[in-house]
Design a protein around this ligand. Sequence first.
Ligand SMILES: [Zn+2]
Length: 441
Amino acid sequence: MRKAKNIIKKMNAGLVKSCQNLRNVNVLSRVVLIVAAVMMVVAIGIVLFYKTPLKEVICNPETHTVVEVKRGDTLSKILGEQGFAMRDIDTISKTLKTEADFTTLRADKDKVDFIRPNEKAPVSKIVIVNGPWTRIEIDCGTPNTWQCQKVEIERDTRITYKEGEIKDGSSFYLAGLEAGIPEGILIDVYDLLAFEMDFERDIRAGQKFYVLYEENFASEKKVDNGHILAVSFDALRGNVQMYRYVKPDGHAGYYDENGNGAIKSLKRTPINNAKITSKFAGRRKHPVLGFTRAHKGVDFRAPTGTPIPAAGSGRVIARSFNRGHGNFVKIRHNGTFETLYAHMSKFAKGVNVGTVVRQGQIIGYAGSTGLSTGPHLHYEVIKNGVHVNPLTVKLPAIENLDAKNKPLFMEYKKKLDSKIELLKNNPNKVVRLDDKEEVKK
Ligand SMILES: [Zn+2]
């Protein structure tokens, strides 16, 4: 626009100059020149006139008002704040329910984007962002007609390989971060390996480990991490390997290199990273009672309020109080194993006698109730009615693969191993599980 104006200015200046030079030329030439100048100005004017609406579109693109859902917000409240009439709010809510099966916004998670063609226009589109992989779009085609659709965002899943080594005096956690493993993945690795090893006592300098995991991309941008596909750790008792395998029925699990279920039925240490303050012992001097008696479990240091996860899935068979254990929960896992958690400050909501809990589910919170000198978790494992040492008892592997799945697993494992080799040698290569899609970065 400015350019065009300058051109006209220059042209006009030029014309005036020409006219001055031609002052002495005959009147006819003057008239011709003036007419030409006028026509040129008109022509440029027409061009500028037709260009103007285009320029408006460029300078005023659609405007977005993004509302982050806070605690206490409702869709009606948010819509009302954006100037929607009660009748429209009603229609939108109903449409969302019937067409997208959507009813409630989640505080601190969801966002609502109101799109207007320009600042003063009414909203033409509402986008509810309710997770990294879904959107709900509500279009207002004609006034008072709201159409909504659920949009799934296409996931581009790539796989990543990270390896590391425990340094002298370091922990697995620090070595993992140093290896570039994201914290969330590291915690999952920890939980996977906690069935196989004790991160408090089995860590030595020089131990090597690796993780193969998924990264999810959308439009070439990383959105989040996916599953852990393979883990390896040089544990004291030998190399521990786990592979994630999804059975044809869709059920996923972790298996060792031979296809045996890698996840044990019980965790030896229910609370990650908790220090052992008293070991399992046939006889020991009781810290409160003073006389010598057996310590039937293991004590883990845990501040009051530390969540206590169930060591394995099972059914709660006791949720009670006694003088010695204080508040305690007992879980029966199978025909062989039971676990007990004592000195709790309180029980978790919904955990009662008869409740079925899954592995890792919080059953209570650490405390110092009963005969206790300070906040800790007293953890017992009972095998066939006899107290055993949780740290050394042989625990059975669960979920072994059947004859049909084992060869499928071995085939899949080969594929994962080849990807590990590929990524080891080409760290910057974009690799997907599907061979055909591999492309160079
Ligand atoms: Zn104890």
